[in-house]
Design a protein. Structure first.
Lengths: 218, 218
DNA sequence: ACTAACTTGCACTGAACTGTGCAACTTAGG
DNA sequence: CCTAAGTTGCACAGTTCAGTGCAAGTTAGT
């Protein structure tokens, strides 16, 4: 069972327990992705455990969902921080930054598919909304800068445009999970779609893509 | 209860029964939109009926879902036929046609939101896919023409691009149902988004929009 | 006004699922 | 090897929901 910080432990927790916990999170992400109402039994079995053992790791279903959300959101937000220091203050041009952000996120988002679905509607939608707030703010600031600089379209309100850009990225995830999409193809498509919604023509978008992604080979 | 074609009717069915049936479909569309797992009770009540009366109109839950799908798909496909005679053979330029198609569809799609969600995943996803096939073929043909004519982007396979365009339209529906969007705003946003994914820059897209929608005032 | 068409409320069955308690078993840490 | 940590299977309670039968009520055709 989960270690209580005040419990007088006579022995360290077993190593495999932690692994099983991870397995459950993994299984949950995978299964809930295709059926958000899947039973705990299905998830437990997919993780190689019994339903009963599941309750050794998570108290309730909502517990799992919450964990899953925070888990995913943490990864996303960590990605944001990774390279933020050199472009947060708005050094590069907004188009390139949007491209870079999209590409970076793509590699981190097997999990977001679930979150996107959960965010879409349902009981705990607000939970995810909060967890993803940093990302949303980041996008919004970027869009604002893009519009101010005359690079992005100015015929749609910034808040709306930000959400549409977000949706465009999710659409690509959708396309990927449904019709197959390699990592490289997906990254490219995310960038092109997102730039398209931002207002760039496909030739411009292509230029930005090549310019940015070769430069960003680190 | 639903009239059986072989039943020896002694009297015409009551008028209000048909109205109630419509009310159920309407309520279902509205409620399932925000919660696809909503109970029949909730739907029946929203329609102003008792749960028990619901079963006088639909035998099972799946029955309702199927009806709902076909209902929506029929509207969509009817919209396609409406003005098809003069542009099916590819007279106008693809950009304008895509804009027009998007705008036209927008006015018909309160119902499609449900279908989109149901299509997204779930047991009966194939059902909807089939029902929407005509629309998809139409879009795909149009995209093919746009690419051939050098108007649309050619850096994404036609099939994929078609699906992404479809997703872009649905994203706007999403935005609309979640953050409020008037008919006029929505129509405009659909067109701009769709053109953006197709590869047009926002200035071009804007030109096409004004050109097409004023002309299409009929 | 007569009566079929429709609605309602209630009670019930059956299914699926969540969450718990418990005894027995297996595994890994010391 | 010893024992706590973790797992398993089973039984059980509680909930929610789909679907059905029936008796009694209301509404709208004719």
């Amino acid at each position: 069972m989960p270690s209580d910080s005040t419990t007088p432990r006579t022995r360290a927790p077993r190593r495999d327990a932690a692994e099983n916990r991870e397995a459950i999170l993994l299984a949950a992400a995978s299964i809930l992705n295709s059926d958000p109402t899947a039973s705990l039994e299905a998830i437990a079995v997919e993780a190689g455990l019994s339903r009963r053992a599941f309750y050794g790791h998570f108290a309730t279903r909502d517990d799992l969902l919450r964990e899953l959300a925070l888990h995913g959101a943490a990864r996303i937000n960590a990605t944001l921080d990774g390279h933020e220091s050199d472009d947060d203050e708005g050094s590069g041009d907004p188009g390139s930054e949007l491209a870079l952000l999209g590409a970076r996120l793509w590699d981190e988002v097997d999990h977001v598919r679930v979150m996107a679905l959960l965010t879409l509607r349902g009981p705990q939608s607000t939970l995810l909304g909060d967890a993803l707030a940093p990302l949303r703010h980041r996008v919004r600031r970027l869009v604002q800068r893009g519009v101010d600089a005359g690079a992005f379209r100015d015929d749609v309100p910034v808040a709306r445009l930000s959400r549409l850009i977000e949706s465009a990225a999710i659409s690509v995830l959708d396309e990927g999970t449904r019709h197959g999409l390699s990592s490289a193809e997906g990254r490219r498509l995310v960038v092109l779609s997102v730039l398209g919604i931002a207002g760039f023509g496909h030739r411009e978008a292509h230029d930005i893509l090549t310019r940015t992604l070769t430069k960003a080979a680190r």
